[in-house]
Design a protein around this ligand. Structure first.
Ligand SMILES: Cc1cc2nc3c(=O)[nH]c(=O)nc-3n(C[C@H](O)[C@H](O)[C@H](O)COP(=O)(O)OP(=O)(O)OC[C@H]3O[C@@H](n4cnc5c(N)ncnc54)[C@H](O)[C@@H]3O)c2cc1C
Length: 553
């Protein structure tokens, strides 16, 4: 490989971002807009990381071999970003019957799935890579270097030195590692070393979908729709090749490249694990073909196959991910703490409090770090009390309205939290989890509410006019007002969860969840309190940063 062009020795970037996935690119865009000197380095020869879209020459369809879905009602950041970038989305096609195959020697069973299978799921028109392209288009030339893999970080005092596997080092005042935590743990060396608790948390956080293989098969038409099938199928027996299948046709009816016909595509998640796939590598496309034919009939044979095995991607899948069964990530809050005295930050979707593992999580992590990077300027003494600079200040009534809007959002989120708790619980149960169910589902519901609240706060910050309110001992005057609608919420959520657990048949096999003992309740209460503290602190800090940035304008 040719030696990459060296980074200028005398140049110290404000921020170096490692990883040009969704998190790294979204963060770079925010920092560049703020006028910072940013360098992104990316190990692969392409942008997007796990976001990866191919195009089928035969049918003209965009095929998402990485992420496909996002959820309008629970994922505010990706929803807002798509709107801002002018990218359209469409609901996942679900109407029709689903197929269930539980015995390889029988015909699949047709089932009506009440409410659909992918409730609320949307897809980005033209493929998820359009989001990556739009983010990259906002970055100046040279801002991203591809084919540069980080190997080590050294603290040099005035700056941090980033040593790539090949080529010259890069220098930056602050560094963001926008990649899966397990890759940070397995591949990067730190001088000085990271605290043991951080290393352990990095190693313990699974990379979502890293060991998965995804298949897409395109057809001239979505023929299954005319037969009343949704395209959804579940294969639940030991010899399953695709565990789950879905309609991946592009467009409402799926148009071919001439725009006249109705091309179709079936997506699927391969049921074989990484080691099994290694053994069946050459035969896998044929096995997928016959699995589709068993489900949807002979018309499903002979489509154009596409396959992406993520376990073979060293810049996504760690050795630990490859060797272990998939697990949804739930990041230890220690991963959200700045390192090396506020100069190194851990990003990537898996570090997010809400949406961890999803595209939403990647954007949440980018938002969190963008706010945190603005913080060194803020302290109790430096945050100004009142400003008389040339600020066009919204009227008091505007702020009162914004506070009212914020409170109404919080109350709506509070109202939906018990239902979300039940959803998280169901997801944990259906992914065969059996430990700390109540605790994990409650934390996930709480983190979701906090994450959406912070997204709402970001939208309302200009109208809240943080700069003209007082700051005393590091506390912004609006903090108490904005936190007020949460009064009594933690306890209310816990009570609602316990009352649901007491009547839940699904939990009757888990006595500790059905009727948690005093020690479990104490642990849950402490966890909820810790999540609340992290959120309250973050809300206060965002107000302080907004106040201090406004003063600098
Ligand atoms: C098959 C599949 C299906 C999925 N489905 C969905 C879905 O439907 N909806 C959803 O929301 N999410 C889904 N996801 C998850 C989603 O893709 C991720 O959450 C999101 O893309 C993560 O973005 P990220 O920027 O945090 O990390 P990544 O995309 O992993 O980006 C990290 C980047 O860092 C680079 N890198 C790694 N190591 C180094 C190094 N040492 N030096 C320099 N660069 C490095 C990588 O090459 C990569 O570009 C799916 C993922 C897969 C694989």
């Amino acid at each position: 490989m040719a030696e990459p062009i060296p980074f200028p020795v005398s140049r110290v970037f404000d921020v170096a971002i490692v990883g040009a996935g969704l998190c790294g690119l979204a963060l770079a865009r925010q920092l560049i807009a703020r006028g910072l000197d940013v360098q992104v380095i990316e190990a692969r020869e392409r942008l997007g990381g796990r976001v990866y879209t191919e195009h089928c020459q035969a049918t003209g369809q965009a095929l998402d071999l990485g992420p496909t879905w996002f959820w309008l009602d629970t994922e505010p950041r990706i929803t807002a970003l798509l709107t801002e970038l002018g990218l359209a989305s469409q609901p996942q096609h679900d109407p029709g019957d689903a197929l269930w195959l539980t015995d390889p020697n029988r015909e699949p069973e047709r089932r009506v799935e009440p409410g659909g299978v992918h409730v609320g799921a949307h897809r980005i028109e033209g493929g998820s890579a359009r989001l990556v392209e739009a983010l990259a288009a906002a970055l100046p030339d040279g801002c991203v270097r591809i084919g540069v893999a980080l190997q080590a970080l050294r603290d040099r005092g005035a700056f941090i030195e980033l040593l790539p596997t090949i080529g010259h080092p890069l220098r930056a005042r602050q560094v963001v590692l926008a990649l899966p935590p397990r890759l940070v743990h397995e591949r990067l060396q730190f001088d000085p070393p990271l605290p043991a608790a951080v290393s352990e948390a990095l190693a313990a956080t699974p990379t979502w979908m890293a060991a998965q293989a995804k298949s897409l098969t395109t057809f001239a038409q979505p023929f299954w729709r005319t037969a009343g099938h949704s395209g959804n199928a579940f294969v639940r027996h030991a010899q399953a090749v695709l565990g789950e299948v879905f309609d991946a046709s592009e467009g409402k009816a799926g148009k071919d490249h001439a725009g006249t016909g109705h091309a179709g595509a079936l997506g699927g998640f391969v049921a074989l694990n990484a080691a099994q796939r290694d053994n069946f590598k050459r035969g896998l496309p044929l096995l997928i073909d016959s699995q589709l034919a068993q489900l949807f009939g002979p018309e499903a044979q002979g489509g154009h196959p596409f396959l992406q095995d993520w376990a073979e991607e060293p810049w996504t899948c760690s050795a630990t991910d490859r060797a272990n069964p998939p697990e949804p990530p739930q990041a230890d809050p220690v991963l959200r703490q700045p390192l090396w005295a506020g100069r190194v930050f851990l990003g990537g979707s898996e570090t997010a409090a809400h949406g961890a593992g999803h595209m939403e999580g990647a954007l949440e992590a980018a938002d969190r770090i963008a706010h945190a990077l603005a913080r060194p300027q803020v302290s109790a003494s430096s945050a100004p009390m009142r400003r008389t600079l040339h600020l066009t200040r919204p009227a008091d009534s505007t702020r009162a309205e914004a506070i009212g809007t914020f409170a109404a959002s919080v109350l709506a989120l509070r109202g939906r939290a018990p239902e979300r708790y039940r959803l998280h619980l169901t997801r944990l149960l259906s992914s065969q989890q059996s430990e700390l169910l109540t605790q994990r589902a409650l934390l996930a519901a709480a983190d979701q509410v906090y994450s959406e609240t912070l997204a709402r706060l970001d939208q309302l910050l200009p109208a809240l006019d943080a700069a003209s309110a007082e700051v005393a001992s590091g506390r912004h005057a609006l903090t108490t007002t904005l936190l007020a609608p949460f009064e009594g919420w933690n306890k209310g959520l816990l009570d609602a969860a316990l009352s649901f657990n007491g009547t839940s048949c699904a939990l009757s096999n888990f006595p500790q969840e059905h009727q948690p003992d005093a020690e479990t309740l104490r642990a849950i209460t402490l966890d909820l309190a810790a999540a609340w503290r992290e959120f309250a602190l973050e809300l206060n800090t965002r107000l302080l940063v907004a106040a201090s940035s406004a003063a600098i304008i």
